[in-house]
Design a protein around this ligand. Structure first.
Ligand code: AG3
Length: 279
């Protein structure tokens, strides 16, 4: 008998992976969490039925979520991550030696504990001495955050369901704006360009209302249905001008991001340009 996990992106479209073993299944205070071993993509982390990461292709998402804003900012030192309890975003940020501190605000402690146990290649940097983990609601944290505290804020969330709904709203981007320094950058995952077009549009327009510079870019992520989008809000530095720093030590160790991809990722297909009013 063959066992397959399918994440349904719509009633007629899904991404399936062949399962070789069940590793963990349980329910935290906030969500249902499953970890399975797949035949071709290593272990997979599933939250409320949605693929969060696989060992094989998580590098593409995490490198693109992090290195685009981190090479846009000339000197990122104080960092905030909302979500990202798996540690993939932290791992990529820790490659940048200019970074002094990383506050990670994750609502679900169990995600962190499970990833430390079952995904050590993703989660190992959570133990880095620069990392300060806070188990709380990111929306509340930002409401109470002192102004101008961070150089870069990253939102590595699940889809806009359950506790993550508020992370896709204009009010939340305003809190992020206030918590950023005068040349700060916010970068958020903004959904699939194929099954969440409306979400990308909503995030982009909200970001544009809050930040002087708003840009959407794409990366190839097979287990998220082919491609994924990110939307960056910036007070000063424009990411389409390309990488502002050259750090060979970081660049030599990456599997996806490079300087060509940094600028190329902002080239959007016509239907998205139209949706975002950029045509
Ligand atoms: N970050 C965004 C994943 C959203 C995927 N959505 C889906 N499969 N429907 C997940 C956490 C990675 N650090």
């Amino acid at each position: 008998m063959e066992l397959w996990f399918t994440e349904k992106y719509s009633s007629g479209w899904g991404i399936s992976l062949k399962i070789t073993r069940g590793v963990y299944s349980g329910r935290s205070r906030y969500q249902k969490i499953d970890i399975l071993e797949t035949l071709d993509f290593g272990k997979i982390l599933i939250i409320d039925g949605a693929t969060m990461l696989t060992e094989k292709d998580e590098f593409a998402y995490h490198e693109m979520l992090i290195h685009v804003p981190f090479f846009t900012h000339p000197n990122p030192k104080r960092i905030l991550i909302i979500g990202g309890g798996d540690g993939g975003a932290v791992r990529e940020i820790c490659r940048h030696s200019c970074v002094e501190s990383i506050d990670l605000v994750e609502i679900d402690k169990q995600v962190i504990e499970l990833c430390q146990k079952y995904f050590p290649s993703v989660a190992y940097a959570l133990k880095d001495e620069k990392v300060n983990i806070l188990i709380e609601d990111g929306i509340e944290y930002l409401k109470n955050c002192p102004e101008g505290r961070y150089d870069v804020i990253i939102v590595d969330s699940t889809d806009p369901i359950g506790p993550a709904v508020g992370l896709f709203q204009k009010e939340f981007y305003e809190s992020c704006f206030n918590a950023l320094k005068s040349d700060g950058i916010l970068n958020v995952q903004s959904g699939s360009p194929y099954f969440q077009e409306e979400l990308i549009e909503k995030v982009f327009y909200a970001m544009q209302e809050v930040f002087p510079i708003a840009r959407t870019y794409l990366a190839g992520t097979p287990t998220y249905g082919g491609m994924w989008s990110f939307t960056l809000g910036s007070k000063l530095h424009d990411p389409i001008k390309g990488a502002q720093r050259r750090d060979e030590e970081v660049l030599n160790n990456l599997k996806y991001y490079n300087e060509g991809i940094h600028t190329g990722a902002f080239q959007l297909p016509n239907y998205l340009l139209k949706r975002l009013g950029l045509d």
